[in-house]
Design a protein around this ligand. Structure first.
Ligand SMILES: Nc1nc2c(ncn2[C@@H]2O[C@H](COP(=O)(O)OP(=O)(O)OP(=O)(O)O)[C@@H](O)[C@H]2O)c(=O)[nH]1
Ligand SMILES: [Mg+2]
Length: 412
């Protein structure tokens, strides 16, 4: 694929010409070689910088696969970096969150943690935890001397950690919605042109469009990157009574999203007019009625909030501007609220679950403080401590990490 060469010199940029199997040139680009251990993953890494045409890239990737390569699994580069001690688990989770930030404000806030300007909640809690263990050691080592560690002091420390955990978990529940971004569900009866509208708004042919009712059977996500933050569009299966199992599942997914999204676009058309009863039953506000296919027949007076044609583009830019305005006020409100929240936020659901376990341990420790000796209490603490080290990424545990990294984007 590249001209035969000796092992390239590490960290030097080479100009290359990529050829297909018949020797025909298909792209020009740059090649960089990072020799182990001085690379992101800690392994030998060959980086090709090519023009972004998807057709040439597909050809080059499939040729590389024929030569024995394979595509990276989700999160695999970071996973390998983690295995080679190039990055800690906390840092990897922080980076994953950084990449997914739906607005610049959120990105900036997360970057403070990622770049080390602000410590992560788990790091702060780990310190509080270490202080607590320290007190137990002092109590045990000096139980015969005149240094007395009051159980009240320990109780207070435990309460402090429990309170921090409560606040971090609360903030995370709140921010989970925020990190989802401004989301818009496109729903309505079958065949009304939901997927066509989705494609039109994205300026892309992402969703399949056909005149066969029931074409879309799953939730499809697309992002519009506006200057205020991302608009996350969800195309969904048309809502109707059906005997088809897969379609039923798709409809259930669409209905489930109705309460979770920021806004619902209920799309009707002349051939498929219906009331959004299902939606109205589930949420009272944030439902916008869109009349599509207005090139066939305009909507009746007062029938809809927006009249569009995904085919001729009529009314699309008005709807687009409306979504942008909604996104702007959504992100403004969210940023104002964020100011009232605790500094720092958990980076993953794993951390959220871990804090729940930690809180349970602390409660049982607190409850047994009076009856147990220092030795037994310390023994319990050591047991919990192993879990903390594991959760904060200091000890390898293959199964946990496999799960964590699976939720990352491909190759990141
Ligand atoms: N004339 C006209 N036809 C349209 C318009 N939008 C969509 N269509 C046509 O309507 C048919 C259905 O379009 P889709 O976008 O697949 O509709 P859908 O609501 O996603 O359909 P399901 O996924 O099956 O529920 C297709 O034949 C489209 O070409 C429009 O604005 N005007
Ligand atoms: Mg569809």
């Amino acid at each position: 694929m590249v001209p035969p060469m000796e092992e390239p010199e590490p960290r030097r940029v080479y100009r290359i010409r990529v050829r297909d199997r018949d020797g025909q040139p298909i792209d020009d680009g740059l090649l960089l070689y990072f020799k182990s251990p001085h690379s992101l993953t800690g392994e030998d890494v060959l980086e090709l910088q090519l023009h972004g045409n998807p057709h040439s890239l597909r050809k080059i990737i499939s040729h590389a696969i024929c030569l024995g390569a394979r595509q990276a699994r989700p999160g695999e580069f970071l996973y390998r970096a983690y295995l080679h001690h190039k990055i800690s688990l906390l840092k990897a989770e922080s980076l994953n969150k950084l990449i997914q930030a739906p607005s610049f404000e959120q990105y900036r806030s997360q970057f403070q943690e990622y770049s080390g300007q602000r410590r992560s909640p788990i790091e702060l809690l780990r310190e509080q935890w270490m202080d607590l263990i320290g007190l137990f050691y002092v109590a045990l080592d000096h139980s015969e001397d005149d240094i007395v560690v009051e159980k009240d002091l320990i109780l207070q420390r435990i309460q402090d950690i429990l309170e921090s955990i409560r606040l971090y978990r609360k903030a995370y529940r709140h921010s989970k919605k925020r990190w989802k971004g401004f989301s818009v569900l496109i729903t309505g009866p079958v065949n009304s042109g939901k997927s066509s509208l989705f494609n039109r708004l994205l300026g892309d042919s992402r969703a399949l469009v056909s005149d066969i009712p029931g074409t879309t059977r799953d939730l499809l996500e697309g992002r519009i990157s506006s200057e205020f933050g991302d608009i996350i569009l969800l195309d969904s299966a048309g809502i109707r009574k059906t005997g088809d199992d897969i379609e039923k599942q798709g409809i259930r997914r669409a209905i489930k999203e109705i309460n979770d999204v920021s806004l619902v676009l209920w799309v009707n058309s002349p051939d498929m007019d219906s009331n959004p009863e299902i939606v109205i039953g589930k949420r009272k506000t944030g439902i916008v009625r869109v009349w599509n296919k207005c090139d066939l027949r305009p909507a009746g007076r007062g029938h809809s909030d927006f009249e569009v044609s995904s085919r001729t583009r009529k009314g699309i830019s008005r709807l687009y501007r409306f979504l942008e305005e909604k996104a702007q006020s959504y992100y403004q409100d969210e940023n104002e609220e964020e100011g009232n929240l605790l500094e720092g936020d958990l980076s993953s659901h794993r951390q959220y679950l871990f804090l729940d376990r930690l809180a349970k341990h602390l409660v049982s420790l607190r409850d047994s403080l009076e009856q147990r000796s220092w030795e037994i209490l310390l023994h319990d603490l050591e047991r919990y401590n192993q879990e903390i080290q594991l959760a904060s990424g200091l000890v390898t545990h293959q199964m946990i990490y496999d799960r964590v990294f699976q939720s990352f984007c491909i190759g990141k």
